[in-house]
Write a protein of this length. Structure first.
Lengths: 74, 206
């Protein structure tokens, strides 16, 4: 992540809520990341999370870093 | 003179209570019932100031009898049991007070006088249960939820909050949805108001 995104900081946050658990990975890099069809990174992650009845959200605007949030039912 | 009806399925208890109240100056025992059904019938007919009601009785239990008589009738539960399963239904049914049978005579007198005035009377162990039950209904926000609500209260947008906490905006929204549900409100402004009302958020000291 540090290599591709040119990030200086990466944060991992695990949140335990009543009905779900969420893992957030956020960096302060270049942003602009997206899941590409047939890709191995975000795409396969998205598929695996969906298999657990969870959801994957990718927020990555150019210049604003990237946040990936994976949440699964508790 | 306070007119008392005693409902208990144990003859020894009925006689004992009857003696305790019959021997006191400002009380009059107007009737004795041996189950809930009889208690309801006698209470309607004799219109006592206070019914002393046992809970576990044959034919009709005390809670059912209380439900039929309350709120017009003042009812003081007098029982051996102080479990949640006994206390809370009796209070919800409309009992004026709840006393345990190990109460000393003076406390019995005081409790019946208070119940006759319509005041709530609870034995200390019973009061503890009632308070605990009341507290468990209160929503408890997690430390993170409070943190997010504090930011929202200061006008922070979801995006800014996410940046500040270094998490995704999606997770900020998820936290907010949980906060709305717990507080029973539809949006961020009312969540902030509800949190201040309930003391979950405190005014920043100057």
């Amino acid at each position: 992540m540090a290599k591709h995104a040119s990030a200086s900081r990466v944060g991992l946050t695990l949140s335990y809520m009543e009905d779900q658990v969420t893992l957030d990975v956020r960096d302060d890099g270049v942003g602009g990341a997206a899941a590409r069809p047939g890709g191995f990174g975000l795409t396969s992650m998205s598929e695996r999370i969906a298999g657990l009845h969870g959801a994957l959200a990718i927020e990555s605007e150019p210049g604003a870093g990237t946040a990936v949030s994976a949440s699964v039912p508790a | 003179m306070i007119r008392v009806l005693i409902a208990d399925d144990h003859p020894v208890v009925r006689d004992g209570l009857s003696g305790i109240f019959g021997g006191a100056e400002d009380f009059e025992v107007v009737g004795l019932a041996s189950d809930g059904e009889e208690a309801v019938e006698l209470a309607r007919r004799l219109k006592p100031d206070v019914v002393l009601m046992d809970l576990r009785m044959p034919n009709m239990d005390g809670v059912t009898a209380i439900r039929q008589l309350a709120p017009a009738q003042r009812i003081l539960v007098l029982t051996t049991f102080d479990a949640d399963t006994d206390v809370l239904p009796a209070i919800e049914a409309g009992a004026t007070g709840y006393l345990l049978k190990d109460a000393p005579r003076s406390e019995l007198y005081r409790a019946v006088r208070a119940a006759a005035r319509g005041e709530a009377v609870l034995s200390p162990p019973v009061a503890t249960r009632v308070l605990r039950a009341a507290r468990s209904d209160e929503p408890s926000l997690s430390a993170r939820e409070i943190e997010i609500l504090e930011l929202v209260a200061r006008g922070t947008t979801n995006r800014e909050a996410a940046e500040r906490l270094f998490i995704s905006e999606a997770t900020v929204k998820t936290h907010l949805i949980h906060i709305y549900t717990k507080l029973g409100v539809p949006d961020r402004a009312s969540a902030v108001a509800a949190a201040y009302d309930r003391g979950l958020l405190k005014p920043r000291s100057a």
